[in-house]
Design a protein around this ligand. Structure first.
Ligand code: MRU
Length: 350
């Protein structure tokens, strides 16, 4: 099996080129894409070469840095129009993770505050994107420090999808919390939901756990309930793609089922996400747009068709877990407990 340096950033900027780990080929191969055009970055997000809410946010920001370089080579009068058009292309890649829109808006705002000067704006775009990259790592470390103590010594922790280094710039959100507890010396074991249809758990989380030496066992998603019933799960922790103001949380499809099962078995269910994942413009999760992806993600496994020809498919990529099923939301600023509407708003203002 291949190995990779533990400290590899999922996305980085080197000499005007965006480097990103190609998550489509893990764990078979470890390959790094080198992208020089924002359109390639948009493709990488759409095709899930890079995925995970924080990772796609930072990728889009670095994509805008590429777009700014390109626009600088064109007529100065068109610079801002071209940059905004690139932002629009990046926006249209995936609809659910709010980090994407948050990152694009933040970078465009900085560009537009440079008194109409393209050179200054291009430099500011890159500086902002790089700042977001470093902030992401710090946010993950902070979530780890806040959340790690919540995980029980000797506990079995179930997680869904991939929320590790690969889903962020480095370290991870929910898996970062697990990693923090593990690095603090807690004896933990991770139940890794395989996460159909794209298998981010089995392919990426199991790989990251192995790289880090964290004991982990892969189960297919439909085994989680039985593992809980047998007393083999002490806590569940997941990430988030968008959290509404009331705490309703959109995350990888299957998260809702895990939350219902956790409640039925009186197991704490934690969400770990930076405060930037909270979309305060949405009152409840009912307003979160849910991405639907292509049928072949369901009918095929690793490119091999396993469903009969013509099988009808429903493939929502995310679901929404109602706030009432969530024990606590571990953010980069604090651990937030219900009532979420009040407590998230208070944290935002703090
Ligand atoms: O479709 P994906 O792989 O981008 O979905 C990723 C998830 O649902 C993660 O759990 C979420 O982005 C949180 S990652 C830190």
């Amino acid at each position: 099996m291949l190995t990779a340096p533990k400290d590899t950033y999922t996305i980085s900027w080197r000499d005007g080129v965006v480097h990103m780990i190609d998550q489509r080929v893990l764990p078979d191969r470890f390959e790094v894409l080198e992208l020089t055009d924002y359109r390639q970055v948009a493709d990488a997000i759409r095709t899930m070469a890079v995925r995970g809410a924080p990772a796609i946010g930072v990728s889009a920001a670095l994509g805008l840095a590429l777009a700014a370089q390109e626009a600088l080579a064109g007529p100065p009068a068109e610079f801002f129009e071209r940059l905004r058009a690139a932002g629009q292309t990046l926006r249209e890649t995936r609809p659910t993770a709010v980090n994407l829109f948050w990152a694009i808006d933040r970078v465009l705002r900085v560009a537009e505050s440079q008194a109409g000067d393209p050179e200054r704006a291009a430099a500011a775009v890159l500086a902002e994107a790089l700042a977001m990259q470093e902030e992401d790592v710090l946010a993950n470390r902070a979530m780890g420090a806040f959340g790690g103590p919540l995980l029980p010594e000797g506990g079995n922790v179930l997680t869904h999808c991939n929320t590790g280094s690969l889903a962020t710039v480095y370290y991870g959100t929910a898996l970062g919390v697990i990693r923090n507890a593990f690095e603090d010396g807690k004896q933990l074991h991770v139940w890794v939901d395989e996460t159909r249809p794209r298998l981010q758990g089995m392919k990426l989380t199991a790989w990251e756990c192995r790289e880090l030496g964290i004991p982990a066992t892969v189960i297919s998603d439909n085994m989680a309930g039985w593992a809980m019933r047998q007393g083999k799960v002490d806590a569940v922790i997941v990430g988030a793609d968008r959290i509404a103001a009331n705490g309703d949380t959109a995350n990888k499809i299957g998260t809702y089922a895990a939350a219902v099962l956790a409640q039925a078995h009186q197991i704490p269910f934690y969400v770990a996400a930076p405060l930037s994942t909270v979309d305060f413009s949405l009152a409840t999760g009912a307003e979160i747009p849910i991405e639907e992806r292509a049928a072949d993600e369901v009918t095929h496994v690793n490119g091999v068709q396993v469903a009969p020809d013509g099988a009808q498919v429903y493939n929502p990529a995310f679901d929404v877990t109602p706030a009432g099923l969530i024990t606590a939301i571990i953010t980069d600023r604090a651990v937030v407990y219900p009532p979420y509407t009040e407590n998230l708003a208070r944290l935002r203002e703090a």
